[in-house]
Unconditional design. Structure first.
Length: 344
């Protein structure tokens, strides 16, 4: 989803699609609480998938070793029965309370959600793209310089330059090449961190003269009124000037608290302060789980976030279904829960 749709009403809005956010979908789903999930990244998995997809994790119960991507894939399989809707490449900028008690959350592109409960599972905060060290680049951002692809059509018939050597740079090179007028991929060295298959496909496009690969670094940009016209590259052979009207630098991400700081929640050292019964924030109905929260004795472990998600869901049920008795059940013995999971 790349453009704002009509207002979306949901039981729960989960902010963050990392492991804790994904497991929250599962725990809420067991209690018949439907969820929509928003994440600023262009894929699910949070830090696990974005920063260390192949890094081994050794402290997930029952899994002696799993990669960040492997854990993400397993969680996505686990939550399939609950049909959560994902809204990627979006950031929740504001949260206000409506007269009927629901929360109105608005994204950076104007999408509005109305939710009975909000679960903040945003890790350390918002991922913010690292800006290339080029004077004046700010004037071009969101006009001709982009740090993610929200609408592929914005790049159709354009002279595109992609800078980077990881999965994002390679994936968008492969995806945009068929629709771009021209495409230049730039990396500081002739070795790539992306998936080997993607590297092979990219090199075949180079061999077929469908894209240009330049080993070097950006040194200057040209343009006016926010519209790029050219990028100068510094290479071993000297400077190269390429006509460019769309630039995608993939220089990695930094983490900042971002708009969370403006939501009126009580914070402790830039983390959301919660209780340890419900993992609820200072605003009833807004919960925080995972690395974004703080309480005495907090451990920043994925398994801790999973525990927090389970207790959060129990508390959320009382808000979503006021007055309805909640019967505690085990998935191992409850036929109703097993039916929800599609195993009975």
């Amino acid at each position: 989803m790349t453009t704002a749709d009509a207002m979306i009403e949901t039981d729960a809005l989960i902010i963050g699609a990392g492991p804790c956010g994904l497991f929250a979908v599962f725990q809420l789903g067991l209690l018949d609480i439907k969820a929509h999930v928003v994440d600023i990244l262009d894929k699910v998995g949070g830090q696990c998938a974005e920063l260390y997809p192949e890094k081994p994790i050794y402290d997930i119960p029952g899994l002696p070793m799993v990669t960040g991507q492997g854990l993400t894939d397993g969680l996505m399989e686990q939550i399939k029965p609950f049909g959560a809707k994902f809204h990627l490449n979006r950031r929740i900028d504001s949260i206000t309370k409506e007269a009927d008690g629901r929360f109105r959350a608005v994204t950076d592109d104007g999408q509005v959600f109305l939710a009975k409960v909000i679960v903040v599972a945003a890790g350390g905060g918002s991922f913010t793209p690292k800006r290339p060290p080029l004077p004046g680049i700010e004037a071009y951002e969101a006009k001709s310089v982009f740090y993610s692809v929200r609408r592929m059509e914005d790049f159709r018939d354009k002279d595109v330059m992609i800078v980077g050597g990881g999965d994002s740079a390679l994936d968008w090179t492969l995806n945009l090449q068929p629709i771009a007028k021209s495409l230049v991929l730039v990396h500081r060295r002739d070795e790539f961190r992306g998936a080997p298959h993607s590297v092979e496909q990219m090199r075949q496009l180079v061999a077929d003269k469908k894209i240009v690969l330049v080993i070097g670094q950006m040194s200057a940009i040209e343009g006016a009124g926010g519209e790029l016209s050219a990028v100068t590259l510094k290479t071993k052979e000297g400077e190269q000037r390429h006509p460019v009207n769309r630039l995608l630098p993939f220089f990695g991400l930094t983490m900042k608290l971002g708009p969370v700081a403006d939501w009126g929640l009580e914070l402790h050292e830039n983390l959301i302060k919660v209780d340890t019964e419900k993992f609820q924030s200072s605003t009833p109905g807004i919960f925080a789980i995972g690395d974004i929260n703080w309480y005495p004795g907090k451990l920043k472990l994925i398994l801790s976030g999973f525990h927090e998600a389970a207790l959060m869901a129990q508390a959320a049920h009382h808000i979503v279904y006021p007055g309805k008795r909640l019967l505690f059940q085990y998935t191992t013995s409850s036929t109703s829960l097993q039916k929800k999971l599609g195993v009975n």
